[in-house]
Design a protein around this ligand. Structure first.
Ligand code: 5GP
Length: 119
């Protein structure tokens, strides 16, 4: 399930502790860090430990992993009292999606009202 991961993959290095990050969640499959350039009062990235480059590289065997990624994000949103007002979960894919880090991740954005459609 691993597609074209660069040897210097940023989130692999953060997972390995080689680059510092503010971790807000860790379990057997997923970790979460605060985004270095937050686009909302809460901006957290939920990252599978397994390095998968993009949404295009997911296979059926990754179904549990993706479910766990979403459940980690929704549990964290509830823990931060974001659930009632709401929040946004986003996964960017490749150029048109605006993906810049090619290790799959789910953005949790909360704490302000979001616009739709996105830019
Ligand atoms: P993408 O554009 O791929 O959907 O999201 C990548 C995200 O990673 C961006 O929101 C960017 O601000 C964040 N990011 C880039 N470099 C770092 C870093 O070194 N540490 C952390 N915590 N976030 C980063």
């Amino acid at each position: 399930t691993e597609g074209r991961m660069p040897a210097d993959c940023l989130f692999c290095r953060i997972a390995a502790g080689e680059i510092p990050a503010t971790k807000v969640h860790e379990d057997d499959l997923v970790f979460a860090i605060r985004d270095i350039n937050p686009q909302a009062p809460t901006h957290v990235l939920f990252v599978p430990r397994q390095a998968i480059a993009t949404l295009n590289d997911l296979v059926a065997a990754d179904a549990e992993l993706i479910g766990r990624l979403v459940l980690a994000a929704t549990a964290f949103a509830k823990s931060q009292q974001l659930a009632d007002d709401g929040y946004r979960l986003v996964m960017n894919c490749n150029r048109h999606g605006g993906q810049t880090v090619f290790h799959l991740h789910l953005h949790l954005l909360g704490g302000r009202a979001m616009d739709w459609p996105p830019g």
